[in-house]
Ligand binder design. Structure first.
Ligand code: ZN
Length: 141
């Protein structure tokens, strides 16, 4: 049972690979949110040994499906009145923009710094994304 300790309403991002919480915090721009955010690092997990957890208080409106691009083991719990009312499975978005970066030094995004980094899902089974400009591959965890 997940300890949602003191979270009346909000979202718990669970089963983050240990050490991955800060990255997700940055990807989601959580520092820009007005609500309280708790990061738990290296929590014990039967399934994973260690894991990270992020708790976000209050109703908030961010598309969390992008998290599936980074780490497919992540689970989302929606909390209301101190209870988990919904466990969400992440479904991979067809395109992601501004989340993952193309690492190909010859890609136009390396030259034209203001171009948004945009990737298209090319293999849902294997969770492979490709840069829309140079087709460089990105594979999440
Ligand atoms: Zn590229």
């Amino acid at each position: 049972m997940l300890n949602i300790g003191g979270l009346n309403e909000g979202v718990v991002i669970d089963h983050i690979q240990a050490g991955g919480a800060m990255k997700i915090y940055e990807y989601l721009n959580l520092e820009k949110l007005d609500c309280s955010v708790a990061i738990i690092k290296n929590a014990k997990s039967n399934k994973m040994g260690k894991k990270d957890i992020i708790k976000i208080e209050g109703p908030f409106d961010i598309d969390l499906n992008v998290l599936g691009v980074l780490d497919h083991k992540i689970t989302i719990n929606i909390i209301r009145d101190n209870e988990i009312v919904e466990k969400k499975k992440l479904s991979l978005p067809e395109t992601v923009t501004g989340i993952i970066k193309c690492k190909n030094p010859r890609c136009i995004t390396s030259i034209e710094q203001e171009l948004p980094h945009s990737f298209k899902l090319t293999d849902r089974e294997k969770r492979i994304y490709r840069c829309i400009y140079c087709e460089s591959k990105f594979k999440g965890k």
